[in-house]
Ligand binder design. Structure first.
Ligand SMILES: Cc1cc2nc3c(=O)[nH]c(=O)nc-3n(C[C@H](O)[C@H](O)[C@H](O)COP(=O)(O)OP(=O)(O)OC[C@H]3O[C@@H](n4cnc5c(N)ncnc54)[C@H](O)[C@@H]3O)c2cc1C
Length: 443
């Protein structure tokens, strides 16, 4: 296949690459589109290692739109199209201190204005509804004092939020893409972006600075070898975008950072089982995703396995990685990180986790846009860059795929049509005419 020409090559078969490929093939049925990935299948990068939660409770209106329309599409697939994505609307319960409630008042007003469905619970209601929650700390509680645990003053509950199965989601996009005539190539590493002069004079060393340059394909190694020419290259390599962009003097404006998940079995501990099956928040009779007021420590119930998955914001002293290792197993989860960082906060608010130790743990990479924490979609000179999802790419995956397609067909000034007939101007997520508010609720 190498040496062959495609209209579009998508580098990366994670959620952003596969959703882009699906929408591109759907709206450009005659175009020959290739998705390539260095792993042996789709979704084996950070998509497969994620917590796979979704929420529309963001502070930025743009993030609300990207996630809300994406969630609606996933719900549509599961409810109307019989496409079981393992989607469960358990909700997100943000427990907040007095200070956090006050600081977020305007954000909550914004969500209500934008018709994001939320409910507010006071401390008393939470104590009644959530088994074992310690919402206040006595004067003599030395540990709470040392950890500076604030009392829970209230909470914001996001209704249209929950979890899904990322493998099933990716299979949906992959199979539909292939079904429409798209091509996939796994075990194939894109090693270089090819660049040519737009109007070549056939002189060695082109493109020169006085020529217009454009990306015209990728060099590949592995199952495919050689040069693959294309009119457009979609860079959807996630945490690895910099690796191909930077040697060509392009900036992806993303930085990767390790993130870890710890799975805590509940089955043999009645107090944890009781917590897992908390009633009153959703129709499933399950505890929602809970975000604690300290360090972004959060946990969700996984009912098929009777366990909790626990994680936290990991900002302090955790290095950024500019070009990550190709092997994600190079990033291991650390039991000591759970013991010394996560567990003290967790058991501070929920004492029933006192003896809880992880049975399994794993790590992956967040791909941060450190400026405003919103994604990028940037069409420029034969390249369409998509990334910067800052730890919430699955819940915005469908919208971003539609925006990539609009960028390809009609350029940066076009309006993409997101699910539910919601128009969205592509340039809002670009570099030059970027028009978004910084996101404040990043976990
Ligand atoms: C621990 C953790 C928890 C998370 N929780 C959530 C969550 O609850 N909800 C949510 O929405 N998001 C979550 N995320 C973030 C989510 O995983 C990402 O936003 C999403 O997976 C990004 O998708 P992607 O397609 O950009 O990246 P990836 O899934 O990493 O895909 C990129 C692909 O590109 C391929 N690739 C890279 N370079 C090359 C190359 N040169 N040649 C060939 N192939 C290449 C890789 O092999 C990879 O398969 C979490 C992430 C982590 C790590």
């Amino acid at each position: 296949m190498a040496g062959k020409e495609f209209d579009i090559v998508v580098v990366g078969a994670g959620i952003l690459g596969m959703s882009s490929a699906y929408h591109l093939q759907k709206n450009n049925p005659k175009k020959r589109i290739l998705v390539l990935d260095r792993f042996s299948g789709a979704g084996q990068g950070n998509t497969g290692r994620s917590n796979a939660m979704f929420r529309n409770t963001f502070t930025s209106t743009d993030n609300q739109t990207l996630s809300d329309t994406t969630i609606s599409f996933y719900l549509h697939l599961q409810v109307n199209q019989n496409q079981d994505l393992g989607l469960e609307q358990i909700g997100y319960l943000w427990l907040m201190s007095d200070r956090q409630l006050a600081a977020n008042e305007r954000h909550v007003e914004g969500m209500v204005r934008n018709k994001i469905e939320i409910r507010e619970y006071g401390r008393g209601e939470l104590e009644r509804l959530v088994p074992g929650l310690r919402a206040d700390f006595g004067e003599s509680d030395e540990e709470a004092k040392i950890l500076k645990l604030d009392r829970v003053a209230g909470s914001i509950f996001g209704v249209k939020c929950g979890r899904l199965d990322p493998d099933r989601l990716i299979v949906f996009y992959r199979d539909r893409f292939i079904g429409m005539g798209g091509t996939v190539a796994f075990n194939t590493d894109a090693v270089k972006l090819m660049i040519e002069a737009h109007e070549s004079l056939d002189i060695e060393g082109e493109p020169f600075v006085w020529q217009e340059a454009r990306v015209n394909g990728v060099e590949v190694r592995g199952a495919l070898e050689g040069e693959i020419r294309a009119d457009a290259v979609v860079m959807a390599a996630g945490a690895w975008n910099n690796e191909l962009l930077e040697p060509r003097g392009m900036d992806g404006h993303v930085k990767a950072k390790k993130r870890q998940l710890f799975s805590i079995p509940a089955r043999n501990d009645p107090s944890l089982v009781n917590l897992l099956y908390t009633k009153g928040f959703n129709e499933l009779g399950l505890l929602p995703m809970v975000i604690l007021p300290k360090a972004g420590v959060h946990f969700k119930p996984v009912r098929i396995a009777d366990e909790f998955w626990v994680a936290c914001e990991d900002e302090v002293n955790r290095p950024f990685i500019n070009v990550p290792d190709h092997d994600l197993d190079a990033y291991t989860a650390e039991a000591s990180f759970y013991d010394r960082n996560v567990h003290p906060v967790l058991k501070g608010y929920f004492p029933q986790f006192r003896n809880a130790r992880p049975k399994r743990m794993w790590a992956g990479l967040y791909s941060y846009n450190t400026l405003d924490y919103l994604p990028f979609v940037v069409p420029r000179d034969g390249l369409i860059l998509v990334g910067g999802d800052s730890g919430s790419g699955i819940m915005k995956g469908d919208a971003l795929g539609r925006i990539v397609d609009s960028a390809y067909r009609e350029g940066e000034e076009s309006e993409a049509m997101l699910y539910g007939e919601v128009p969205y101007r592509v340039s809002k997520l670009g570099f030059e005419n970027r028009d978004v508010e910084r996101e404040e609720w990043v976990i």
